[in-house]
Design a protein around this ligand. Structure first.
Ligand code: URA
Length: 214
């Protein structure tokens, strides 16, 4: 069941989400289990963030009779992964909604300034027609997420939600200030950022732990 501590922010509360998140946080979790927990959590977060997707009612023939039932139409949902850590969430979301078109925005955080540097972009057409889920597991300073949302808006995105695993209060505040129209879905809001821009207690570097590059 989702909780609504702040306007526009949904902290998804579900026993399995909490279980997967603890696995992700645990420093002794090895890469295969980390990936598996990320996948499980992405399915729960994704289901919550798409709860109200628009469906079109169509006639469907069951083996016994015809009935009207809702179905996803093309261009209802778009997924935009913020490279590279977004790929961890994307894997499960792609399986959850194979109909979704997928885009990528490449941003890395300059270690000195902690500001996002944009290096890649490939976004699908017609994003103005549907819901765009921007996926970035760690909402830390919020600057990468805000920059990714800027790109999505420049590319036509209108109805946008941000999906993260853990958010820092600083990142939530930055996103709400810069993009008040973008709802945030996350599994937890942690204590805050440390001097290196890491979320505490957090889970460490999501990309390194997912890809095994630490
Ligand atoms: N990115 C991460 O991977 N982890 C953090 O704690 C902050 C940003």
């Amino acid at each position: 069941m989702p909780d609504h501590p702040t306007d526009g922010v949904t902290v998804v509360e579900h026993a399995l989400a909490a279980h997967y998140l603890t696995t992700l946080r645990d420093r002794d979790t090895a890469m295969p289990a980390f990936r598996s927990a990320m996948r499980g959590l992405s399915l729960i977060l994704g289901a919550e963030a798409t709860r109200d997707l628009a469906l079109v009612r169509r006639l469907v023939a069951t083996p016994l009779e015809e009935m009207e039932a809702g179905r996803l139409e093309e261009d209802t949902l778009f997924l935009v992964s913020v490279l590279r850590a977004g790929e961890g969430l994307l894997e499960g979301l792609r399986a959850l909604v194979p109909e979704a078109r997928i885009g990528h925005v490449g941003l890395y955080r300059d270690p000195a300034t902690l500001k996002p540097v944009h290096y890649y972009e490939h976004l699908p057409p017609r994003m103005d027609r549907g819901l765009v889920l921007v996926v970035d597991p760690m909402l830390a300073t919020g600057s990468s997420a805000a920059a990714a949302v800027d790109r999505v808006k420049q590319h036509g995105g209108r109805r946008i939600r941000l999906l993260s695993v853990i958010a820092a209060p600083e990142g939530v505040a930055a996103m709400r200030a810069q993009h008040p129209d973008v709802e945030i879905f996350t599994a937890a809001i942690d204590r805050g950022l440390d001097g290196h821009g890491y979320i505490r207690p957090g889970l460490g570097d999501a990309g390194d732990r997912y890809f095994g590059t630490d």
